[in-house]
Design a protein around this ligand. Structure first.
Ligand code: PLP
Length: 208
């Protein structure tokens, strides 16, 4: 029997991801439970997003408290806890400034734009990006342009110009591409999706 939750998604969502045929219902710690009550030990944590475990009471309470106070205010105003959160992130990471984004793709868009903006402000004339073959940086246009997995990028070409691909773990191949137009080098310190090299379709690459 086809699970009705899966059927509803298959019939109503645009088909852009390959999904496992499991409809998840809730989680506890490192375990997930599907709508049939089957338990799964989760090694993925939602691509490393749910690192505190599922149903973490402290996190849940903080989210509930905030939703009850203010849901959305836009970036036109300062916010009671925004600066405090940034300060804490800087303390933990040892970085100087924070840029809040909604997703990994958007974080990479911000990084690419920061590099281009720096080159523009300094009038260096540099605009090229060097990225790695087999890499994955997200599905937005800039991120897909520096994504080395061909199956994610090719259907959207021509993408953002000025990107050249070197070989991961081969510093000479990177050095060979550096020139007076190089603006930034982007790479995953540890290749995740990009480390999946057995095929060039990616782990969730349906009709990208
Ligand atoms: C290495 C890497 N970069 C960027 C992204 C894009 O993140 P998001 O799906 O949050 O846009 C992913 C997503 O899996 C990723 O694995």
């Amino acid at each position: 029997m086809v699970n009705s939750k899966i059927q509803a998604a298959e019939e109503n969502l645009i088909h852009v991801y390959n999904r496992f045929p499991i409809a998840l219902d809730h989680g506890e710690g490192m375990y997930l439970y599907d709508t049939e009550g089957k338990e799964y030990l989760d090694f993925a944590a939602g691509f490393a997003v749910s690192g505190l475990g599922y149903d973490n009471k402290e996190l849940n309470q903080a989210l509930k408290d905030q939703i009850d106070k203010l849901y959305h205010t836009s970036n036109l105003y300062f916010h009671e806890s925004c600066g405090e959160a940034a300060k804490e992130l800087n303390r933990i990471s040892g970085m100087d400034r924070v840029f809040f984004t909604n997703s990994g793709g958007e974080a990479n868009e911000g990084a690419l734009k920061a590099a281009r903006r720096y080159a523009y402000t300094k009038k260096t004339g540099r605009y090229e990006f060097i990225a790695m073959q087999n890499s994955f940086h997200g599905r937005s246009f800039g991120a897909v342009s520096v994504t080395g997995h061909d199956s994610y990028r090719e259907p959207f070409e021509p993408v953002v110009p000025g990107v050249r691909f070197a070989e991961f773990n081969d510093l000479d191949s990177v050095k060979a591409l550096v020139n007076d137009k190089t603006c930034a080098i982007i790479l995953e310190p540890l290749q995740g999706e990009g480390g999946n090299q057995s095929c060039n379709t990616g782990i969730y690459g349906r009709n990208p």
